[in-house]
Design a protein around this ligand. Structure first.
Ligand code: MN
Length: 228
């Protein structure tokens, strides 16, 4: 056995609802503009263009229920999203086979430093500073697909302090989950432990310290997060 020359970094994991088991996270992919009404609110054409993806870091996922307001931003937005966790992967996965690779589902937030993302877009720079910061992906425990089924419709909603801010239906996704997995697998080799955030409905907006966010997706446990 080889000796690590520094202390081994902690492996990012997600709990699995109703068990002591842990799901190890390998990569986190996020799709952009996957609900037409959100594409429009961000100033884009909602026609079905090829999807695009960005990544967060595995250890940006956070199940603590608190979201520390990040530094260097005065415009941090919520984006409520369904998360898909893979139990296997590969390259060039066919759409019809894609759901065979799904371990389960969670409810998540793609928290975004919108001001920094906007600057990056304007300057043609990458998005990490707006998207891939500490604790930027609050998420619930995973529910195995054996229990939840494969959700392709149902309400996805986000409230802040009880007021509805985002509401849509999973059936409004421009790129469906099997299409997303297939498309990603043409560009990357997917593998067990990969997590995909599937985009957000319209109504994204800013949060402040003290706000209580709640994300609900039909058939899954809700995600409650306090901004601190
Ligand atoms: Mn998003």
């Amino acid at each position: 056995m080889s000796d690590f020359v520094i202390e081994l970094p902690e492996i990012a994991t997600l709990p699995v609802k109703g068990t002591d088991g842990l799901f190890p996270v390998r990569r986190v992919y996020c799709i952009g503009r996957n609900y037409a009404a959100h594409a429009v609110e961000m100033g884009h054409d909602p026609d079905k263009e090829p999807p695009f993806f960005f990544q967060k870091n595995p250890n940006n996922l956070d199940v603590s229920g608190t979201f520390p307001y990040p530094p260097h931003s005065a415009d941090v937005h919520h984006e409520a999203e369904l998360a898909v966790a893979l139990k296997s992967g590969g390259k060039n996965i066919a759409v019809k086979d894609a759901l065979d690779h799904v371990y389960g589902y969670g409810v998540s937030l793609d928290m975004t430093r919108r001001d920094l993302q906007g600057q990056a877009k304007k300057m043609g720079r990458p998005w990490e500073v707006g998207k891939a910061f500490e604790d930027s992906a609050p998420i619930t425990a995973l529910v195995p697909a054996a229990e939840s089924g494969h959700p392709d419709s149902g309400v996805i909603r986000l409230t802040v302090n009880g007021d509805v801010r985002q509401e849509g239906d999973l059936n409004q996704m421009i790129w469906k989950i099997p299409e997303m997995i297939s498309y990603l697998s043409d560009y990357f080799e997917l593998a067990a432990g990969d997590v995909i955030l599937t985009g957000t409905p319209s109504g994204v907006g800013p949060v402040e310290r003290g706000d209580k966010m709640e994300v609900t997706v039909d058939g899954l446990p809700s995600l409650e997060v306090t901004v601190v």
